[in-house]
Design a protein around this ligand. Sequence first.
Ligand SMILES: Cc1cc2nc3c(=O)[nH]c(=O)nc-3n(C[C@H](O)[C@H](O)[C@H](O)COP(=O)(O)OP(=O)(O)OC[C@H]3O[C@@H](n4cnc5c(N)ncnc54)[C@H](O)[C@@H]3O)c2cc1C
Length: 228
Amino acid sequence: MDRTSNIGRLEREEFDVLVIGGGATGAGVALDAASRGLRTALVERGDFAGGTSSHSTKLVHGGVRYLEAAVTPLDRAQFHLVREALAERAILLRIAPHLVHSLRTVVPAYSLGSALFYRIGLWLYDRAAGEAAIGRSRFLSRAAMLRSFPRLRRKGLRGGVAYYDGQFDDARMNATLALTAAREGAALANRVEATALLDADGRSAGARARGCATPCTGAGSTCARGSS
Ligand SMILES: Cc1cc2nc3c(=O)[nH]c(=O)nc-3n(C[C@H](O)[C@H](O)[C@H](O)COP(=O)(O)OP(=O)(O)OC[C@H]3O[C@@H](n4cnc5c(N)ncnc54)[C@H](O)[C@@H]3O)c2cc1C
C-alpha cells in the first residue's frame, strides 16, 4: 500500500464511499465496498488498528460471554446473535487459520451451583455452535483440576468445566482487512483525519481532511489541510 500515491488519489478522484476510521469496522466496510466494485476511500487519523481494534479481549466475536446476555434473562435475539457469531467463527477458522485458532479454556467451580451453571451454559454453547463446534465442553473432577492446575485454591473446589473458543490476532486481522481492501482498489491512507463533512443540497458529498506527519491525534502533530 503506497500512502503517498493514495493521498494523491484522495485529492484527485471521486469516490462512491468514504470510510472514516481504519479500525476493524472501517477496514471491513472498505473491503466489502471495494469488492462490490464501489470506488472506495478510507482515511485513518492514527494508524490502522491503532484504536480499540488492537485492544480487544481477542476472542472471535467476543466468545462465550455473550451467551450469558442471551440466557439471563432469556433473549431470543441475543441467542440468535450468539449462533451467528459461532457460525462466523467457523468461517474465520477455515479462511484465516494464520489469524484465528482454537483456545481451550477451563473454568474452576467452587460450588455445586456454579459447576451446574457452567456445565449447562457451556453445553448450550456447544449446541448453539452445532456443526460449527470446535470442541466439546466437559466437566472436570476436582482431582483432574488439581492435576492440571496444582496451584489452584483447594478450599471449596468442586471441579471445573473445559470448553473451546476462537482466539484471534485482532490487530493483524485489521491490517489484513486494510491490505485486502487496497488490493481490491480502495484508496487508504493513515495519518489523515476527516475534519468536516462537505454538504451539497443537504447531502454529504465529501469531506475536509488533513494529513499529518505523525498520528493526527498526537500532541504537536504536524498536519496539512485539504479536502476531497
Ligand atoms: C475491552 C474490549 C474488549 C473487546 N473484546 C472483544 C473480543 O474479544 N472479540 C471481539 O470480537 N470484539 C471485542 N471487542 C469489540 C471490538 O474490539 C470492537 O467492536 C472493534 O474493535 C471496533 O472497531 P472499530 O473499527 O469500530 O473501532 P476502532 O478500532 O476504535 O477504530 C476507530 C478508528 O477511527 C479512527 N478515527 C476516529 N475519528 C476519525 C476521524 N475524524 N478521521 C479519521 N479517523 C478517525 C480512530 O483513530 C480509530 O482508529 C472488545 C471491545 C472492548 C472495548
